[in-house]
Ligand binder design. Structure first.
Ligand SMILES: Cc1ncc(COP(=O)(O)O)c(C=O)c1O
Length: 493
């Protein structure tokens, strides 16, 4: 056979002969030297010609047949396949599939709601989170990753990994690991005065998973949703994902201005809010406003999404009870997350639903992500029931109170008005009149600071410009250094 005329295949001494023959035939087929449909010599004839054993040729032919390069037609011989596996793959000298061609990239055709979500996504040029780098001051939303009890956590992971029965590797309940739901129910009943049973709890991948699910289930395109303004972009993005109509509702010292929402969209389907510690301004919603909101929701047949993302952190007085505990008309859907009380990469949060909504949430969730991963749920359960969770919270309250104090003290020399209610894990630094927040942030980035402007969280422009200053995630020294750098950036403005 022509392709074997110079016996090149005998030169590669480390490669078995049958593999050399296989590779030569494959290359000749792919280059077109051996045409599709061509009949090959019989294994015996080729073996005689090459003076090798017939088995060697048979092995090469068998592999090429198995991979689809050759076809065996029983007694009538072996042929080059008419349809090659490479017609679906990229091969040298062939046209590459469309997604790898070096042509000008075409804009992908995406849905309107995906475009809306893209527009709401984030500030251009913001750094991507990285697993090799800790967040930098004063990025908000970061708990103390330098004080997490990694030794305990890894011990619990190892123990669970050893102990897990085979059944834990099968599909699990969409609602989440039952013992975890029991532990959460016990915790929120005491610490947040939420009224619930484990049956009302659905474990989700963080608050974001809860928001996405709620948006899909509760909203039609065009439905009005009240959003705190300024407010949490993660929620706005989820609502835009179902083409809902966002109604910005202002915040004052008593929290969401319920009357303003009622005036703007009395028939809204949903309200999203952070009543315990408004994000980002930090105010706590007053009792009278809470009651007014519940009363309106009952009359309007609207749902309230209560995002209780960081309410465990209060540095004076007792945490205020959740809005959910005041609801007697099954209007409130409570969202909890472990992102701030443990760490955000855990991706575990939970919904506490009015009983009539449980079935639909479970069915829709089962079509999205089936259920959360099992190992982390089991480890988190151990962490809670063995008392590590409450101990960690207690330690973090003390640590964050120190860090908050250090920030307030260090910022005294700056032309910033610090607004820091005794709660949460960030505060606001209001800028002097006329100072450009975005220019300051760009300048501060040169000093390795990661700052976010209040304006980013606004739907309608706010008269004042300010910065979010996260404090929980940074040591006192880092806070002092960060404020020094911020002072340098501000002095150049
Ligand atoms: C208002 C608010 N809700 C929820 C979250 C947490 O979201 P997740 O649980 O998806 O990490 C954050 C995080 O920054 C937040 O600011």
């Amino acid at each position: 056979m022509a392709i074997f005329k110079d016996n090149r295949f005998r030169q590669a001494k480390d490669t078995p002969l049958y593999q050399q023959i296989y590779a030569h035939l494959q290359a000749a087929i792919l280059s077109g030297e051996l045409k599709r449909g061509l009949k090959l010599p019989s294994s015996r004839a080729l073996a005689d010609e090459l003076r090798i054993s017939r088995n060697t040729v048979l092995n090469a032919y068998r592999q090429l047949i198995a991979e689809g390069y050759l076809e065996s037609a029983g007694g009538s011989g072996t042929f080059v396949a008419r349809v090659l596996p490479e017609s679906l793959l990229t091969t040298p000298g062939r046209k590459a599939p469309a997604n790898t061609r070096q042509t000008k990239p075409r804009k992908p055709r995406i849905s309107e709601h995906a475009m809306l979500q893209m527009a709401a996504y984030k500030i251009d040029g913001a750094a991507e989170p990285s697993s090799s780098r800790l967040p930098r001051p004063f990025a908000s939303g970061t708990p103390a990753l330098d004080a997490f009890p990694y030794a305990i956590w890894s011990r619990l992971i190892a123990r669970q990994a050893r102990r897990m029965p085979d059944s834990a590797f099968a599909y699990q309940s969409t609602a989440g690991y039952r013992p975890l739901r029991e532990a959460i129910a016990a915790h929120v009943t005491v610490s947040r005065r939420v009224h619930c049973t484990p049956e009302q709890i659905v474990i989700v991948p963080g608050a974001q998973g809860a928001l996405d699910l709620a948006a899909r289930i509760l909203l039609n395109a065009g439905d009005a949703v009240w959003m705190e303004d300024p407010g949490y972009p993660g929620a706005r993005g989820a609502f835009l994902g179902v083409n809902a109509r966002i109604i910005p509702v202002p915040i004052d010292n008593d929290g969401l201005v319920v009357e303003a929402g009622m005036a703007k969209a009395p028939k809204a389907r949903l309200v999203y809010l952070t009543p315990s510690h408004q994000f980002p301004l930090g105010v706590t919603m007053s009792l009278s406003r809470r009651l007014a909101l519940l009363d309106w929701a009952k009359r309007a047949n609207a749902y309230i999404l209560e995002d209780d993302y960081d309410s465990e952190y209060r540095y004076a007085g007792r945490p205020l009870a959740a809005l959910q505990g005041l609801d007697d008309a099954e209007r409130v859907i409570y969202i909890g997350t472990f992102s701030k009380v443990l760490f955000p990469a855990l991706r575990i949060g939970y919904l506490i639903l009015p009983m009539p909504l449980v079935d639909v949430f479970l069915k829709v969730k089962s079509l999205i992500d089936v259920h959360n991963p099992m190992l982390e749920q089991a480890v988190l359960t151990d962490f809670m029931v063995e008392g590590h969770f409450v101990r960690h919270l207690r330690r973090m309250r003390t640590l964050y109170a120190e860090r908050r104090k250090a920030l307030i003290k260090a910022a005294r020399g700056l032309p910033l008005e610090i607004d820091s209610p005794e709660a949460g894990i960030h505060c606001i630094g209001w800028l002097p009149k006329g100072m450009d927040d975005l220019a300051l942030i760009r300048r501060a980035a040169n000093y390795d600071l990661d700052l976010w402007p209040v304006s980013y969280f606004c739907i309608e422009p706010l008269a004042r410009k300010g910065l979010l200053l996260g404090f929980a995630g940074y040591s006192v020294q880092k806070i002092k250094d960060g404020i020094h750098k911020l002072a340098l950036a501000m002095s150049a403005m």
